[in-house]
Structures are given as structure tokens and as C-alpha cells.
Design a protein around this ligand. Structure first.
Ligand code: GTP
Ligand code: MG
Length: 311
């Protein structure tokens, strides 16, 4: 199972060189020649163990399940990941070649000090050349850590315009506490919470707000929400704020609803939020402030899921 949190932390060029050279400085040998050879083989081991560990820890991104593959691609970029891993492989093989040649030279009665110094210099130069890739891989680990790991449970994805009350709903019904604020675009990551409704267990996914605009105009954060809708949702709970206190007109919210219903092959439940502030009841309405209607919404979700699970 893909778990980016288990990827190793990547050392930067300087740290890696420091580690390899420091280890090498501690080796012994019966004479100058043997010590030089031991130094080089220590560096060889440290580098190849290190690069192997990192390269092996990354999964084959093409073969990940659709959601994770597209999510990794949106969050960090699979091409760039692969390029960086290839750069590590290249650096390792270059260093190993330098080391093999230098050891041969030292064994063949070459200039020990000079050969060793030249080898250190060339290894440092190779490793420094991949510093950008090492930094990128470290950043990628951190960014991928934001990708939630889902359970194999029925999944409700909560979607809608920014600031309509999606996170407030998820916080109210599940065990997860996403950030809630008075301004739009508060939620930037995907949050997943778990609900146990009288024995029916499901997960509820909070997504970043979406605007009504074509997919190619969507930014990276919005695309994360789309991926959840596309790949994870058994049911979409589409939240509309009819008070427009979210800052967006109801027509735009309805237009987004129609777009999602048209594009996705999944059940969409439209509901009104902020029921404490209005009396519109032509759709199920709830309030995360006073709790009104929350249980009804959960019951509707439960019925939809039960129908779906039966079919
Ligand atoms: N009166 C009232 N205010 C609410 C209700 N639900 C949410 N709010 C307020 O609406 C604002 C937005 O709530 P969020 O839950 O952060 O909205 P969101 O849809 O997750 O917003 P983004 O993450 O930015 O897309 C906050 O100020 C909430 O306190 C509600 O039922 N009644
Ligand atoms: Mg939110």
C-alpha cells in the first residue's frame, strides 16, 4: 500500500558528502595504500546504500491506483519525480566508476594522495550536481505527506463553492477537525474523517472549494477536489449556501452543481447549509451551528449508501 509518510528523508548534497567522507575518515588500514582503498570502498558503500534506499522506497508511480497516481502527479509531478530518481541512479553509477578507477590506480602503484584527493573532488562535484534533485525529493516527500490515506470504506465526498460550510459539516459529523474560517479557500488539503452511524461505517472527505469554471482553468488545489470526486466518491454531498454569505451567488453554485452532476457518474445529494440563517427548505437543509437537520442529512446519506451497497 502506498504510504508517502514512510519515504525516507533525503539528505542534501552537502550532508550526504559529509556523511560519506566522515565515515571514510574513520577507517584504518595497515598502510597508506590499504587505508586509501578502505576509504574509497567505504564511500562507495555509503553512497550506494543510501541511493538504493531512496530509489527502492519510491513505488512505481504508474502502477498506483488512479486516485493516488493522479494525486501524486498533481501535488508533485510524476515526471519530475522519475527524473530526480534517475539523477540519483546516474550519480551513484558515476561515483562507483570513479571509485573503481581510483582503487585500480592506487593498487597499480599510482600516486596515492593525489588519486585520493582527485577522487574526493570528483565525487563531491557529482553529488553537488544532483543537489537540486535531492532537495526536490525531500520537498516531494513533504508534499505527498498531505495526500490522505483512505480506508476501504464507503466514501462521501463533500463538495461545493468556497466558504459554504463544507469543513464545518465534516467537523460536525466525523472525528476529523479541518480548519474552518470566515474566508474562502480555507481548506487546501484533503481531510478525511470517519463516521459510525449506528453500525454503518463510512468515511467523509472534506475538499477545497470549487468555482464554476472549466477544468483547464482550475488550479492545483481545485484539481485535488476534482480527483476526490472522480475517483473516491460513492456519494457526493453538494453543499449550497443559499444565504450567499459565502460570497458567491446561488446561480453560480447551482451551475457548479449541474456541471458535477453532468460530469460524474455518481449520486449527488444537493443540500443547503446555514439553515440557522434562512428558511429555504426546497432541499434538505442543515446548520452546523445549531445542529438542525444534521441527522436528516446523515439519514439520507445512509439510505443512498445502503441502496448502493445492495446493488
Ligand atoms: N451561521 C452559520 N455559519 C456557518 C455554518 N457553517 C459554516 N458557517 C460559517 O461559514 C464560514 C465558512 O465555513 P467553512 O466550514 O470553513 O466553509 P468551507 O466550505 O469549508 O470553506 P473552504 O474550505 O474555504 O472552501 C465559517 O465562518 C463558518 O463559521 C452554519 O451552519 N451556520
Ligand atoms: Mg473548508
Amino acid at each position: 500500500m502506498f504510504n508517502p509518510r514512510k519515504l525516507p528523508t533525503v539528505l542534501y548534497a552537502e550532508e550526504l558528502l559529509d556523511k560519506a567522507f566522515r565515515r571514510a575518515s574513520k577507517v584504518s588500514g595497515r598502510n597508506k595504500k590499504e587505508r586509501a582503498i578502505n576509504k574509497l570502498s567505504t564511500i562507495s558503500n555509503v553512497l550506494s546504500d543510501y541511493f538504493d534506499k531512496i530509489i527502492k522506497a519510491h513505488p512505481s508511480y504508474e502502477n498506483l491506483p488512479d486516485f493516488y497516481r493522479e494525486m501524486v502527479d498533481t501535488v508533485v509531478g510524476i515526471r519530475k519525480l522519475k527524473k530526480s530518481l534517475a539523477a540519483l541512479k546516474w550519480a551513484n553509477s558515476m561515483c562507483q566508476k570513479i571509485i573503481t578507477r581510483s582503487v585500480r590506480k592506487i593498487k597499480g602503484e599510482g600516486d596515492i594522495e593525489g588519486t585520493l584527493k582527485a577522487a574526493y573532488g570528483r565525487i563531491a562535484s557529482i553529488i553537488n550536481q544532483i543537489d537540486e534533485e535531492l532537495r526536490f525529493l525531500n520537498e516531494a516527500k513533504q508534499k505527498m505527506g498531505e495526500i490522505p490515506i483512505f480506508k476501504d470504506l464507503p466514501t462521501i465526498v463533500v463538495a461545493g463553492y468556497p466558504n459554504v460550510g463544507k469543513s464545518s459539516f465534516v467537523a460536525k459529523v466525523s472525528n476529523v477537525k479541518p480548519e474552518i474560517a470566515v474566508y474562502p479557500f480555507t481548506t487546501k488539503k484533503i481531510f478525511v474523517g470517519f463516521v459510525d452511524l449506528n453500525g454503518l461505517k463510512f468515511q467523509v472527505v472534506d475538499t477545497p472549494g470549487l468555482l464554476d469554471r472549466p477544468i483547464h482553468k482550475r488550479n492545483k488545489i481545485e484539481r485535488r477536489a476534482i480527483l476526490c470526486l472522480k475517483h473516491l466518491a460513492d456519494v457526493v454531498l453538494f453543499i449550497i449556501d443559499p444565504t450567499e454569505s459565502c460570497g458567491y451567488p446561488i446561480e453560480s453554485q447551482m451551475s457548479l452543481l449541474r456541471e458535477i452532476e453532468k460530469e460524474l457518474d455518481v449520486e449527488v445529494i444537493p443540500v443547503y447549509s446555514k439553515a440557522d440563517l434562512h428558511n429555504k427548505r426546497d432541499l434538505p437543509a442543515f446548520s452546523s451551528v445549531n445542529g438542525e437537520g444534521i441527522y436528516d442529512i446523515l439519514r439520507i446519506i445512509k439510505n443512498k449508501l445502503n441502496t448502493k451497497l445492495r446493488n
